[in-house]
Design a protein around this ligand. Structure first.
Ligand code: IMP
Length: 194
């Protein structure tokens, strides 16, 4: 028996990635667009609050269990910025190119270039679920000033994995899924669902 689940995102990559793994624990994953769910506000200062708001919103409007994620890059020398503001670090309209330029500028005067990608996933059985399932993933690296690689998205060309001497943009999609903050969080969630 499969249970229908709404994903509080319309990102095709996430739908495929999450859908494949969640199918193994009996979930049939659908994008919120299929139910005409508009994007929820993400006004909160923490990743988990934003993910919870998105999951509750999608569940309330569909009557289905819902899964939401929230993620970003956190730079230690910048006190965790861009953090929850990663998508719009350089303001509106959102632009990866301007975000990366601002990040390199902000970090130029700091010797510590360490950073991590963070992802939280929140699963609610229904909109008012008092015990959401929460899973996290964290991926450590360093921000470099010159881009390398053309895979991935967002901050990937500037996010170096020192142990591999590759940026995330130099990894294949499968390798990224195996190592990434999102992959880690997803596998942790699947364990909890089992
Ligand atoms: P979202 O939570 O997937 O919407 O991601 C928020 C923002 O964090 C994205 O727009 C990117 O700027 C950044 N981000 C999250 N995950 C990644 C990643 O795997 N690679 C590069 N940037 C990421």
């Amino acid at each position: 028996m499969t249970t229908k689940l709404v994903l509080a995102s319309n990102n095709a990559g996430k739908l495929r990635e999450f859908g494949q793994l969640l199918a193994t624990v009996g979930f049939d994953v659908h994008a919120q667009r299929e139910f005409n769910v508009p994007e929820a506000e993400e006004p909160h200062p923490t990743f988990v609050e934003n993910a919870l708001a998105k999951a509750r919103h999608a569940s309330r409007l569909t009557g289905l269990p819902a899964l939401a994620d929230d993620s970003g890059v956190c730079v230690n020398a910048l006190g965790g910025a861009p953090g929850v503001h990663s998508a719009r670090y350089a303001g509106e309209p959102k632009s990866d190119e301007r975000n990366n330029r601002k990040l390199i500028e902000d970090l130029a005067a700091h010797a510590d270039k360490s950073a991590y990608y963070y992802c939280v996933l929140v699963f609610v059985r229904h909109a008012d679920d008092p015990q959401p399932l929460i899973a996290e993933g964290r991926w450590n690296g360093e921000i470099i000033a010159e881009p390398r690689g053309d895979g991935g998205f967002g901050y990937d060309p500037y996010f170096l994995l020192p142990a591999l001497d590759k940026t995330v943009a130099e990894l294949g999609a499968d390798e990224k899924n195996r190592l990434s903050h999102r992959g880690q969080a997803l596998r942790a969630l699947v364990e909890k669902l089992q």
